[in-house]
Design a protein around this ligand. Structure first.
Ligand code: NAD
Length: 557
Protein backbone atom coordinates (compact mmCIF):
# COMPACT_ATOMS: atom_id res chain seq x y z
CA UNK A 1 0.00 0.00 0.00
CA UNK A 2 1.57 3.23 -1.05
CA UNK A 3 0.77 6.86 -0.98
CA UNK A 4 0.29 8.46 -4.37
CA UNK A 5 0.38 12.02 -5.60
CA UNK A 6 -2.94 13.83 -5.80
CA UNK A 7 -3.72 16.80 -8.00
CA UNK A 8 -1.88 19.30 -5.81
CA UNK A 9 1.23 17.18 -5.78
CA UNK A 10 0.93 16.07 -2.17
CA UNK A 11 0.54 12.43 -1.35
CA UNK A 12 -2.88 11.09 -0.54
CA UNK A 13 -4.35 7.69 0.12
CA UNK A 14 -7.41 8.24 -2.03
CA UNK A 15 -9.86 5.42 -1.57
CA UNK A 16 -7.34 2.88 -0.33
CA UNK A 17 -7.47 1.94 3.36
CA UNK A 18 -4.95 3.73 5.59
CA UNK A 19 -1.83 1.67 6.09
CA UNK A 20 -0.83 0.93 9.69
CA UNK A 21 2.09 -0.26 11.77
CA UNK A 22 5.19 -1.62 10.07
CA UNK A 23 3.65 -0.96 6.63
CA UNK A 24 3.78 2.78 7.36
CA UNK A 25 7.43 2.61 8.35
CA UNK A 26 8.26 0.56 5.27
CA UNK A 27 6.79 3.13 2.88
CA UNK A 28 9.36 5.91 2.31
CA UNK A 29 6.63 8.35 1.30
CA UNK A 30 4.68 7.83 4.53
CA UNK A 31 7.46 7.16 6.98
CA UNK A 32 8.46 10.02 9.27
CA UNK A 33 10.68 7.84 11.45
CA UNK A 34 11.31 9.38 14.83
CA UNK A 35 9.15 12.39 13.88
CA UNK A 36 5.85 10.56 14.41
CA UNK A 37 4.13 12.25 17.36
CA UNK A 38 2.71 10.32 20.33
CA UNK A 39 -0.77 10.74 18.93
CA UNK A 40 0.24 9.56 15.46
CA UNK A 41 2.01 6.56 16.95
CA UNK A 42 -1.26 5.57 18.62
CA UNK A 43 -3.39 6.23 15.58
CA UNK A 44 -1.12 4.37 13.16
CA UNK A 45 -0.26 1.43 15.39
CA UNK A 46 3.38 2.40 15.81
CA UNK A 47 3.66 2.13 19.58
CA UNK A 48 6.78 0.14 20.43
CA UNK A 49 8.08 0.23 16.85
CA UNK A 50 10.08 3.44 17.32
CA UNK A 51 12.47 4.77 19.96
CA UNK A 52 10.60 6.95 22.48
CA UNK A 53 12.05 10.36 21.78
CA UNK A 54 10.09 12.40 19.23
CA UNK A 55 12.20 14.57 16.92
CA UNK A 56 11.15 17.46 14.72
CA UNK A 57 11.97 17.41 11.01
CA UNK A 58 14.54 20.14 11.67
CA UNK A 59 16.24 17.99 14.31
CA UNK A 60 16.23 15.02 11.95
CA UNK A 61 17.74 17.19 9.23
CA UNK A 62 20.50 18.31 11.54
CA UNK A 63 21.27 14.71 12.54
CA UNK A 64 21.27 13.51 8.94
CA UNK A 65 23.56 16.30 7.79
CA UNK A 66 26.04 15.43 10.52
CA UNK A 67 25.81 11.79 9.50
CA UNK A 68 26.48 12.55 5.82
CA UNK A 69 29.39 14.83 6.64
CA UNK A 70 30.80 12.19 8.98
CA UNK A 71 31.26 9.71 6.14
CA UNK A 72 34.82 9.66 4.87
CA UNK A 73 34.25 9.19 1.14
CA UNK A 74 31.76 10.34 -1.47
CA UNK A 75 30.63 6.80 -2.14
CA UNK A 76 29.88 6.24 1.55
CA UNK A 77 27.87 9.46 1.52
CA UNK A 78 26.03 8.22 -1.59
CA UNK A 79 25.17 4.95 0.16
CA UNK A 80 23.95 6.79 3.25
CA UNK A 81 21.76 9.08 1.13
CA UNK A 82 20.36 6.20 -0.93
CA UNK A 83 19.37 4.40 2.26
CA UNK A 84 17.75 7.56 3.56
CA UNK A 85 15.82 7.95 0.30
CA UNK A 86 14.58 4.37 0.61
CA UNK A 87 13.56 4.99 4.22
CA UNK A 88 12.13 8.51 4.39
CA UNK A 89 11.71 10.53 1.21
CA UNK A 90 10.50 13.73 2.83
CA UNK A 91 13.63 13.91 4.98
CA UNK A 92 15.83 12.92 2.02
CA UNK A 93 14.43 15.61 -0.27
CA UNK A 94 14.49 18.26 2.40
CA UNK A 95 18.14 17.45 3.08
CA UNK A 96 19.00 17.58 -0.62
CA UNK A 97 17.04 20.77 -1.30
CA UNK A 98 18.40 22.67 1.66
CA UNK A 99 22.00 21.69 0.86
CA UNK A 100 21.73 21.45 -2.90
CA UNK A 101 25.30 22.41 -3.79
CA UNK A 102 26.70 19.87 -1.36
CA UNK A 103 24.22 17.08 -2.16
CA UNK A 104 23.92 17.14 -5.98
CA UNK A 105 27.52 16.01 -6.53
CA UNK A 106 26.81 13.17 -4.07
CA UNK A 107 23.52 11.90 -5.50
CA UNK A 108 24.44 12.62 -9.12
CA UNK A 109 27.61 13.50 -11.03
CA UNK A 110 30.37 12.96 -10.22
CA UNK A 111 29.66 10.42 -7.41
CA UNK A 112 26.96 8.57 -9.35
CA UNK A 113 29.62 7.45 -11.84
CA UNK A 114 31.53 5.67 -9.11
CA UNK A 115 28.25 4.39 -7.65
CA UNK A 116 27.35 2.80 -10.99
CA UNK A 117 30.76 1.10 -11.19
CA UNK A 118 30.09 -0.38 -7.75
CA UNK A 119 26.33 -0.84 -8.17
CA UNK A 120 26.59 -4.62 -7.99
CA UNK A 121 28.14 -4.51 -4.52
CA UNK A 122 26.17 -1.60 -3.08
CA UNK A 123 22.78 -2.74 -4.43
CA UNK A 124 20.37 -3.38 -1.56
CA UNK A 125 16.83 -3.08 -2.86
CA UNK A 126 15.36 -2.19 -6.21
CA UNK A 127 14.49 1.43 -6.63
CA UNK A 128 13.19 1.10 -10.12
CA UNK A 129 12.58 -1.70 -12.61
CA UNK A 130 15.05 -3.99 -14.32
CA UNK A 131 13.61 -5.29 -17.58
CA UNK A 132 15.80 -7.79 -19.35
CA UNK A 133 15.56 -9.72 -22.58
CA UNK A 134 14.19 -12.55 -20.46
CA UNK A 135 11.09 -10.39 -19.86
CA UNK A 136 10.25 -10.27 -23.56
CA UNK A 137 6.51 -10.74 -24.05
CA UNK A 138 5.86 -9.76 -20.42
CA UNK A 139 6.84 -6.09 -20.16
CA UNK A 140 3.30 -4.74 -19.74
CA UNK A 141 2.69 -7.42 -17.12
CA UNK A 142 5.88 -6.38 -15.30
CA UNK A 143 4.74 -2.74 -15.32
CA UNK A 144 1.57 -3.79 -13.55
CA UNK A 145 3.76 -5.12 -10.72
CA UNK A 146 5.02 -1.62 -10.02
CA UNK A 147 3.48 -0.37 -6.79
CA UNK A 148 2.62 3.14 -8.00
CA UNK A 149 -0.05 3.00 -10.69
CA UNK A 150 0.02 6.65 -11.80
CA UNK A 151 3.53 6.83 -13.29
CA UNK A 152 4.00 10.06 -15.27
CA UNK A 153 7.75 10.22 -15.70
CA UNK A 154 10.13 7.46 -16.75
CA UNK A 155 13.89 7.70 -17.14
CA UNK A 156 15.22 4.68 -19.01
CA UNK A 157 18.72 3.56 -19.88
CA UNK A 158 20.18 0.48 -21.52
CA UNK A 159 23.48 1.20 -19.79
CA UNK A 160 25.57 1.35 -22.96
CA UNK A 161 27.14 4.79 -22.46
CA UNK A 162 27.04 5.73 -18.81
CA UNK A 163 28.37 9.29 -18.41
CA UNK A 164 31.85 9.16 -19.92
CA UNK A 165 32.38 5.66 -18.46
CA UNK A 166 31.13 3.55 -21.35
CA UNK A 167 29.15 0.29 -21.28
CA UNK A 168 28.19 -0.58 -17.69
CA UNK A 169 25.21 -2.80 -18.59
CA UNK A 170 22.75 -3.28 -15.73
CA UNK A 171 24.96 -1.26 -13.38
CA UNK A 172 23.71 1.84 -15.19
CA UNK A 173 20.65 1.85 -12.91
CA UNK A 174 22.26 4.51 -10.71
CA UNK A 175 21.67 7.03 -13.51
CA UNK A 176 17.85 6.88 -13.88
CA UNK A 177 17.50 6.65 -10.10
CA UNK A 178 19.70 9.74 -9.59
CA UNK A 179 18.11 11.69 -12.40
CA UNK A 180 14.61 11.15 -11.11
CA UNK A 181 15.67 12.25 -7.63
CA UNK A 182 16.81 15.48 -9.29
CA UNK A 183 13.44 15.91 -11.01
CA UNK A 184 11.89 15.88 -7.54
CA UNK A 185 14.50 17.96 -5.72
CA UNK A 186 14.92 20.57 -8.46
CA UNK A 187 11.47 20.83 -10.02
CA UNK A 188 9.11 19.33 -7.47
CA UNK A 189 7.92 16.37 -9.58
CA UNK A 190 6.24 14.13 -7.02
CA UNK A 191 8.40 11.04 -6.38
CA UNK A 192 5.29 8.87 -6.67
CA UNK A 193 5.04 9.85 -10.33
CA UNK A 194 8.53 8.64 -11.18
CA UNK A 195 9.86 5.32 -12.43
CA UNK A 196 13.56 4.55 -13.10
CA UNK A 197 14.10 1.72 -15.60
CA UNK A 198 17.12 -0.22 -16.76
CA UNK A 199 16.76 -2.27 -19.90
CA UNK A 200 19.22 -5.13 -19.64
CA UNK A 201 20.11 -6.23 -23.15
CA UNK A 202 23.49 -7.64 -22.09
CA UNK A 203 26.81 -5.86 -22.04
CA UNK A 204 29.98 -5.89 -24.10
CA UNK A 205 31.99 -5.00 -21.02
CA UNK A 206 33.38 -8.48 -20.47
CA UNK A 207 35.57 -7.53 -17.55
CA UNK A 208 32.61 -6.14 -15.64
CA UNK A 209 30.40 -9.06 -16.55
CA UNK A 210 32.94 -11.57 -15.28
CA UNK A 211 33.05 -9.90 -11.85
CA UNK A 212 31.33 -11.68 -8.95
CA UNK A 213 29.05 -8.71 -8.16
CA UNK A 214 27.64 -8.15 -11.66
CA UNK A 215 23.85 -8.08 -11.35
CA UNK A 216 22.84 -8.21 -15.03
CA UNK A 217 22.60 -10.75 -17.83
CA UNK A 218 25.89 -12.39 -18.70
CA UNK A 219 25.30 -12.10 -22.42
CA UNK A 220 26.76 -10.02 -25.21
CA UNK A 221 24.80 -6.83 -25.87
CA UNK A 222 21.85 -7.48 -28.20
CA UNK A 223 21.82 -5.56 -31.46
CA UNK A 224 19.66 -5.42 -34.58
CA UNK A 225 16.16 -6.84 -34.72
CA UNK A 226 16.28 -8.42 -31.24
CA UNK A 227 17.13 -5.07 -29.71
CA UNK A 228 14.66 -3.10 -31.79
CA UNK A 229 11.78 -5.46 -31.07
CA UNK A 230 12.55 -5.32 -27.35
CA UNK A 231 12.46 -1.51 -27.41
CA UNK A 232 9.24 -1.54 -29.46
CA UNK A 233 7.60 -3.81 -26.89
CA UNK A 234 8.86 -1.58 -24.09
CA UNK A 235 7.43 1.59 -25.68
CA UNK A 236 4.11 -0.09 -26.43
CA UNK A 237 3.89 -1.29 -22.82
CA UNK A 238 4.60 2.22 -21.50
CA UNK A 239 1.78 3.58 -23.67
CA UNK A 240 -0.54 0.81 -22.55
CA UNK A 241 0.10 0.82 -18.78
CA UNK A 242 1.27 4.40 -18.19
CA UNK A 243 -0.47 6.31 -21.01
CA UNK A 244 0.31 9.74 -19.56
CA UNK A 245 4.01 9.09 -19.02
CA UNK A 246 6.82 11.24 -20.35
CA UNK A 247 9.77 9.07 -21.38
CA UNK A 248 13.34 10.26 -21.06
CA UNK A 249 15.97 8.22 -22.92
CA UNK A 250 19.19 8.31 -20.94
CA UNK A 251 22.76 7.21 -21.61
CA UNK A 252 22.13 5.06 -24.67
CA UNK A 253 25.11 4.47 -26.97
CA UNK A 254 25.00 6.85 -29.90
CA UNK A 255 24.19 4.20 -32.51
CA UNK A 256 20.84 3.81 -30.74
CA UNK A 257 20.32 7.19 -29.09
CA UNK A 258 19.67 9.27 -32.23
CA UNK A 259 17.63 6.50 -33.86
CA UNK A 260 15.36 5.88 -30.87
CA UNK A 261 14.79 9.57 -30.28
CA UNK A 262 13.78 10.14 -33.89
CA UNK A 263 11.76 6.96 -34.17
CA UNK A 264 9.63 7.53 -31.08
CA UNK A 265 9.51 11.26 -30.43
CA UNK A 266 6.19 11.65 -32.23
CA UNK A 267 4.74 8.40 -30.95
CA UNK A 268 4.88 9.39 -27.29
CA UNK A 269 6.15 12.41 -25.36
CA UNK A 270 9.86 11.66 -25.10
CA UNK A 271 13.28 13.24 -25.28
CA UNK A 272 16.92 12.41 -24.86
CA UNK A 273 18.63 14.51 -22.23
CA UNK A 274 22.14 13.65 -23.42
CA UNK A 275 21.33 15.12 -26.81
CA UNK A 276 18.65 17.75 -26.21
CA UNK A 277 19.15 18.67 -22.53
CA UNK A 278 22.88 19.06 -23.05
CA UNK A 279 22.21 21.16 -26.13
CA UNK A 280 19.99 23.53 -24.18
CA UNK A 281 22.37 23.93 -21.25
CA UNK A 282 25.39 24.49 -23.47
CA UNK A 283 23.55 26.94 -25.71
CA UNK A 284 22.33 28.82 -22.63
CA UNK A 285 25.97 29.04 -21.49
CA UNK A 286 27.05 30.40 -24.86
CA UNK A 287 24.21 32.95 -24.85
CA UNK A 288 25.25 33.92 -21.31
CA UNK A 289 28.90 34.25 -22.44
CA UNK A 290 27.83 36.51 -25.30
CA UNK A 291 26.50 38.93 -22.74
CA UNK A 292 30.15 39.27 -21.66
CA UNK A 293 31.66 39.38 -25.14
CA UNK A 294 28.84 41.64 -26.42
CA UNK A 295 28.44 39.48 -29.51
CA UNK A 296 25.68 37.48 -31.16
CA UNK A 297 25.14 33.80 -31.88
CA UNK A 298 25.24 34.48 -35.59
CA UNK A 299 28.81 35.81 -35.31
CA UNK A 300 30.25 32.75 -33.51
CA UNK A 301 32.40 29.98 -34.87
CA UNK A 302 32.22 26.97 -32.59
CA UNK A 303 34.75 24.16 -32.58
CA UNK A 304 33.65 21.00 -30.79
CA UNK A 305 35.97 18.31 -29.52
CA UNK A 306 33.79 15.18 -29.67
CA UNK A 307 31.12 14.58 -32.30
CA UNK A 308 28.72 12.39 -30.37
CA UNK A 309 25.31 12.92 -28.82
CA UNK A 310 26.28 15.96 -26.81
CA UNK A 311 28.32 17.74 -29.50
CA UNK A 312 25.99 17.32 -32.45
CA UNK A 313 22.97 17.98 -30.20
CA UNK A 314 24.48 21.33 -29.17
CA UNK A 315 25.35 22.19 -32.77
CA UNK A 316 21.82 21.37 -33.99
CA UNK A 317 20.29 23.65 -31.36
CA UNK A 318 22.84 26.39 -32.13
CA UNK A 319 21.79 26.14 -35.79
CA UNK A 320 18.12 26.59 -34.86
CA UNK A 321 18.97 29.58 -32.65
CA UNK A 322 21.26 31.21 -35.24
CA UNK A 323 18.54 30.82 -37.86
CA UNK A 324 16.24 32.75 -35.55
CA UNK A 325 18.93 35.50 -35.66
CA UNK A 326 18.76 35.60 -39.45
CA UNK A 327 21.32 33.08 -40.72
CA UNK A 328 20.27 30.46 -43.25
CA UNK A 329 20.61 26.83 -42.18
CA UNK A 330 23.73 26.21 -44.34
CA UNK A 331 25.30 29.42 -43.00
CA UNK A 332 24.61 28.37 -39.42
CA UNK A 333 25.96 24.85 -39.97
CA UNK A 334 29.09 26.30 -41.56
CA UNK A 335 29.83 27.96 -38.20
CA UNK A 336 30.06 24.60 -36.39
CA UNK A 337 33.16 22.42 -36.74
CA UNK A 338 34.01 19.12 -35.13
CA UNK A 339 37.16 17.27 -34.18
CA UNK A 340 36.51 13.65 -33.26
CA UNK A 341 38.85 10.74 -32.48
CA UNK A 342 40.05 10.74 -36.12
CA UNK A 343 40.64 14.48 -36.46
CA UNK A 344 38.67 17.27 -38.10
CA UNK A 345 35.33 16.02 -39.40
CA UNK A 346 35.47 16.85 -43.11
CA UNK A 347 33.99 15.58 -46.35
CA UNK A 348 36.07 12.89 -48.04
CA UNK A 349 37.94 11.99 -44.85
CA UNK A 350 38.20 8.41 -45.91
CA UNK A 351 36.18 6.84 -43.09
CA UNK A 352 32.42 6.34 -43.17
CA UNK A 353 30.98 9.17 -41.10
CA UNK A 354 28.02 8.49 -38.82
CA UNK A 355 24.79 10.08 -40.05
CA UNK A 356 24.67 12.66 -37.25
CA UNK A 357 28.09 14.03 -38.26
CA UNK A 358 27.30 14.48 -41.97
CA UNK A 359 25.70 17.97 -41.75
CA UNK A 360 28.95 19.23 -40.19
CA UNK A 361 31.39 17.52 -42.53
CA UNK A 362 32.55 20.59 -44.42
CA UNK A 363 34.81 20.82 -47.45
CA UNK A 364 38.25 21.21 -45.91
CA UNK A 365 41.65 19.60 -45.92
CA UNK A 366 42.10 17.00 -43.17
CA UNK A 367 43.56 18.18 -39.85
CA UNK A 368 44.54 15.67 -37.23
CA UNK A 369 45.30 17.71 -34.13
CA UNK A 370 43.01 19.96 -32.09
CA UNK A 371 45.71 22.60 -31.66
CA UNK A 372 46.13 22.81 -35.43
CA UNK A 373 42.35 22.96 -35.94
CA UNK A 374 42.16 25.91 -33.51
CA UNK A 375 44.97 27.72 -35.33
CA UNK A 376 43.45 27.17 -38.76
CA UNK A 377 39.74 27.66 -38.03
CA UNK A 378 40.04 30.49 -35.48
CA UNK A 379 36.97 29.61 -33.43
CA UNK A 380 35.37 32.00 -30.94
CA UNK A 381 34.20 29.11 -28.79
CA UNK A 382 35.70 25.71 -27.98
CA UNK A 383 33.39 23.08 -26.51
CA UNK A 384 34.71 19.80 -25.13
CA UNK A 385 32.33 16.85 -25.21
CA UNK A 386 34.79 14.07 -25.98
CA UNK A 387 35.11 12.28 -22.65
CA UNK A 388 38.88 12.72 -23.15
CA UNK A 389 40.74 14.43 -20.29
CA UNK A 390 43.70 16.76 -20.75
CA UNK A 391 42.87 17.43 -24.42
CA UNK A 392 42.51 21.21 -23.94
CA UNK A 393 46.24 21.60 -23.54
CA UNK A 394 48.11 24.77 -22.62
CA UNK A 395 48.86 25.26 -26.32
CA UNK A 396 45.17 24.98 -27.25
CA UNK A 397 44.00 27.39 -24.54
CA UNK A 398 46.80 29.87 -25.26
CA UNK A 399 45.90 29.87 -28.95
CA UNK A 400 42.23 30.50 -28.13
CA UNK A 401 43.34 33.42 -25.95
CA UNK A 402 45.53 34.86 -28.74
CA UNK A 403 42.58 34.72 -31.14
CA UNK A 404 39.90 36.11 -28.83
CA UNK A 405 39.72 38.84 -26.19
CA UNK A 406 37.37 36.58 -24.19
CA UNK A 407 37.60 33.01 -25.52
CA UNK A 408 34.62 30.82 -24.66
CA UNK A 409 35.97 27.49 -23.42
CA UNK A 410 33.60 24.84 -22.08
CA UNK A 411 35.05 21.53 -20.86
CA UNK A 412 31.82 19.60 -20.47
CA UNK A 413 32.98 16.00 -20.20
CA UNK A 414 31.95 14.16 -17.04
CA UNK A 415 32.90 13.00 -14.53
CA UNK A 416 35.59 15.40 -13.28
CA UNK A 417 38.37 12.99 -14.24
CA UNK A 418 37.27 13.26 -17.90
CA UNK A 419 37.12 17.06 -18.18
CA UNK A 420 39.11 18.36 -21.17
CA UNK A 421 40.87 20.82 -18.85
CA UNK A 422 40.41 22.07 -15.32
CA UNK A 423 39.45 25.49 -14.00
CA UNK A 424 42.85 25.77 -12.34
CA UNK A 425 44.47 25.38 -15.77
CA UNK A 426 42.24 27.44 -18.01
CA UNK A 427 42.38 30.76 -16.15
CA UNK A 428 46.18 31.10 -15.91
CA UNK A 429 46.70 29.73 -19.44
CA UNK A 430 44.28 32.31 -20.87
CA UNK A 431 45.58 35.18 -18.74
CA UNK A 432 42.31 35.15 -16.80
CA UNK A 433 40.29 35.92 -19.95
CA UNK A 434 38.58 32.58 -20.66
CA UNK A 435 34.84 32.36 -20.11
CA UNK A 436 34.84 28.87 -18.73
CA UNK A 437 32.18 26.34 -17.87
CA UNK A 438 32.51 22.66 -17.04
CA UNK A 439 30.28 19.60 -16.81
CA UNK A 440 31.34 18.66 -13.28
CA UNK A 441 31.85 21.28 -10.59
CA UNK A 442 35.17 23.06 -10.10
CA UNK A 443 36.03 25.39 -7.23
CA UNK A 444 36.59 29.10 -7.94
CA UNK A 445 40.13 30.04 -8.96
CA UNK A 446 42.06 33.11 -7.80
CA UNK A 447 44.17 34.54 -10.59
CA UNK A 448 45.84 37.96 -10.74
CA UNK A 449 43.96 39.04 -7.63
CA UNK A 450 40.58 38.21 -9.14
CA UNK A 451 38.21 35.38 -8.29
CA UNK A 452 36.98 33.42 -11.32
CA UNK A 453 33.90 31.29 -10.71
CA UNK A 454 33.44 28.48 -13.25
CA UNK A 455 29.86 27.91 -14.30
CA UNK A 456 28.65 24.33 -14.17
CA UNK A 457 27.00 23.49 -17.50
CA UNK A 458 24.92 20.91 -15.79
CA UNK A 459 21.79 19.49 -17.45
CA UNK A 460 20.22 19.76 -14.01
CA UNK A 461 19.23 23.32 -14.98
CA UNK A 462 17.26 21.95 -17.92
CA UNK A 463 15.61 18.55 -17.67
CA UNK A 464 13.70 18.96 -14.38
CA UNK A 465 11.93 22.10 -15.64
CA UNK A 466 11.34 20.63 -19.09
CA UNK A 467 9.82 17.52 -17.50
CA UNK A 468 7.59 19.53 -15.19
CA UNK A 469 6.42 21.76 -18.06
CA UNK A 470 5.55 18.73 -20.20
CA UNK A 471 3.78 16.99 -17.33
CA UNK A 472 1.57 19.90 -16.36
CA UNK A 473 0.59 20.69 -19.94
CA UNK A 474 0.30 16.99 -20.81
CA UNK A 475 2.10 17.85 -24.03
CA UNK A 476 1.86 15.03 -26.54
CA UNK A 477 5.28 15.82 -27.99
CA UNK A 478 8.53 17.35 -26.73
CA UNK A 479 9.66 19.68 -29.50
CA UNK A 480 13.02 21.25 -30.41
CA UNK A 481 11.35 24.63 -29.96
CA UNK A 482 10.86 23.75 -26.26
CA UNK A 483 14.62 23.29 -25.83
CA UNK A 484 15.30 26.57 -27.59
CA UNK A 485 12.97 28.50 -25.26
CA UNK A 486 14.54 26.61 -22.36
CA UNK A 487 18.05 27.75 -23.35
CA UNK A 488 16.91 31.34 -23.74
CA UNK A 489 15.04 31.26 -20.42
CA UNK A 490 18.05 29.89 -18.57
CA UNK A 491 20.38 32.47 -20.12
CA UNK A 492 18.04 35.27 -19.03
CA UNK A 493 18.22 34.06 -15.45
CA UNK A 494 21.96 34.71 -15.23
CA UNK A 495 22.37 37.87 -13.16
CA UNK A 496 24.94 40.66 -13.64
CA UNK A 497 26.63 39.57 -10.39
CA UNK A 498 27.08 36.06 -11.86
CA UNK A 499 28.60 37.48 -15.04
CA UNK A 500 30.86 39.77 -13.04
CA UNK A 501 32.74 36.71 -11.73
CA UNK A 502 32.61 34.97 -15.10
CA UNK A 503 29.80 32.56 -14.22
CA UNK A 504 27.45 31.96 -17.16
CA UNK A 505 24.90 29.97 -15.19
CA UNK A 506 22.87 30.88 -12.12
CA UNK A 507 24.11 29.35 -8.88
CA UNK A 508 22.74 25.90 -8.17
CA UNK A 509 20.98 27.25 -5.09
CA UNK A 510 18.49 28.87 -7.48
CA UNK A 511 17.70 25.66 -9.35
CA UNK A 512 14.10 25.40 -8.07
CA UNK A 513 13.34 28.94 -9.24
CA UNK A 514 15.06 28.22 -12.56
CA UNK A 515 13.09 24.99 -13.02
CA UNK A 516 9.81 26.75 -12.38
CA UNK A 517 10.59 29.43 -14.99
CA UNK A 518 11.63 26.75 -17.48
CA UNK A 519 8.50 24.70 -16.77
CA UNK A 520 6.38 27.78 -17.43
CA UNK A 521 8.21 28.49 -20.71
CA UNK A 522 7.94 24.86 -21.86
CA UNK A 523 4.26 24.56 -20.92
CA UNK A 524 3.57 27.87 -22.69
CA UNK A 525 5.31 26.52 -25.80
CA UNK A 526 3.11 23.39 -25.60
CA UNK A 527 -0.06 25.46 -25.29
CA UNK A 528 1.01 27.83 -28.08
CA UNK A 529 1.75 24.93 -30.41
CA UNK A 530 -1.58 23.25 -29.68
CA UNK A 531 0.19 20.22 -28.21
CA UNK A 532 -1.29 20.38 -24.70
CA UNK A 533 -4.02 17.98 -23.65
CA UNK A 534 -5.39 20.15 -20.83
CA UNK A 535 -6.92 23.65 -20.85
CA UNK A 536 -4.47 26.51 -20.35
CA UNK A 537 -4.64 27.88 -16.80
CA UNK A 538 -5.12 31.63 -16.48
CA UNK A 539 -1.97 31.99 -14.39
CA UNK A 540 0.45 29.36 -15.63
CA UNK A 541 3.24 30.18 -13.16
CA UNK A 542 0.92 30.08 -10.15
CA UNK A 543 -0.66 26.86 -11.36
CA UNK A 544 2.67 25.10 -11.87
CA UNK A 545 4.15 26.43 -8.65
CA UNK A 546 1.17 25.12 -6.67
CA UNK A 547 1.70 21.62 -8.09
CA UNK A 548 5.36 21.36 -7.10
CA UNK A 549 6.08 18.72 -4.49
CA UNK A 550 7.16 20.19 -1.17
CA UNK A 551 8.95 17.90 1.26
CA UNK A 552 6.87 18.53 4.38
CA UNK A 553 5.50 15.92 6.73
CA UNK A 554 1.77 15.38 6.63
CA UNK A 555 -0.10 15.48 9.87
CA UNK A 556 -1.71 12.08 10.41
CA UNK A 557 -3.43 12.94 13.68
P1 NAD B 1 29.44 10.13 -27.29
O1 NAD B 1 30.05 8.82 -27.01
O2 NAD B 1 28.15 10.20 -28.05
O3 NAD B 1 30.49 11.03 -28.09
C1 NAD B 1 31.84 11.14 -27.77
C2 NAD B 1 32.55 11.74 -28.97
O4 NAD B 1 33.89 12.01 -28.61
C3 NAD B 1 32.61 10.84 -30.19
O5 NAD B 1 32.33 11.59 -31.34
C4 NAD B 1 34.06 10.39 -30.25
O6 NAD B 1 34.51 10.17 -31.56
C5 NAD B 1 34.74 11.58 -29.65
N1 NAD B 1 36.07 11.27 -29.16
C6 NAD B 1 36.49 10.17 -28.51
N2 NAD B 1 37.80 10.24 -28.27
C7 NAD B 1 38.22 11.40 -28.78
C8 NAD B 1 39.46 12.03 -28.86
N3 NAD B 1 40.56 11.49 -28.35
N4 NAD B 1 39.53 13.24 -29.46
C9 NAD B 1 38.44 13.81 -29.97
N5 NAD B 1 37.22 13.26 -29.91
C10 NAD B 1 37.12 12.07 -29.33
O7 NAD B 1 29.28 10.85 -25.91
P2 NAD B 1 28.43 12.17 -25.57
O8 NAD B 1 27.08 11.82 -25.11
O9 NAD B 1 28.52 13.09 -26.71
O10 NAD B 1 29.23 12.70 -24.30
C11 NAD B 1 30.56 13.11 -24.40
C12 NAD B 1 31.01 13.68 -23.09
O11 NAD B 1 30.23 14.82 -22.76
C13 NAD B 1 30.90 12.72 -21.90
O12 NAD B 1 32.06 12.80 -21.11
C14 NAD B 1 29.72 13.25 -21.12
O13 NAD B 1 29.89 13.05 -19.74
C15 NAD B 1 29.79 14.72 -21.43
N6 NAD B 1 28.48 15.36 -21.29
C16 NAD B 1 28.41 16.45 -20.47
C17 NAD B 1 27.20 17.07 -20.28
C18 NAD B 1 27.14 18.29 -19.41
O14 NAD B 1 28.08 18.63 -18.78
N7 NAD B 1 26.05 18.98 -19.34
C19 NAD B 1 26.06 16.58 -20.89
C20 NAD B 1 26.18 15.47 -21.73
C21 NAD B 1 27.40 14.87 -21.93
Amino acid sequence: MNSRPDSNGLSAWGDTPRPRGAAVLADPLLNKGTAFTERERDLLGLRGLLPPRVFTLEEQLHRSLIAVRGKATSIEKYIYLTNLQNRNEILFYRLVMENIEEMVPLIYTPTVGEACLQYGSIYRRPRGMFLSLRDRGHIAEAFRHWAQPGVRLIVVTDGERILGLGDLGALGMGIPVGKLALYTACAGVHPGYTLPITLDVGTDNVELQAGPAYIGLKDKRARGAVYDEFIAEFVAAVQDVFPKALLQWEDFGNTNAFRLLNQYRQQLPSFNDDIQGTAAVALAGVIGALRLTKSTLARQKILFLGAGEAGTGIADLYVAAAQAEGLTEPEARARCWFVDSKGLVVKHRGDKLAVHKLPYAHDHAPITSLAEAVRVLKPTALIGVSGMPATFTQEVVETMAQLNARPIIFALSNPTSKAECTAAQVYPWSGGRAIFASGSPFAPVEFNGQSHVPGQGNNIYIFPGVGLGVLVSEAREVTDEMFLVTARTLAQLVQPEDLAVGRVYPPLTKVREVSLKIAVAVAAAAFDAGLAAVPRPTDLAADISARMFQPVYRNYA
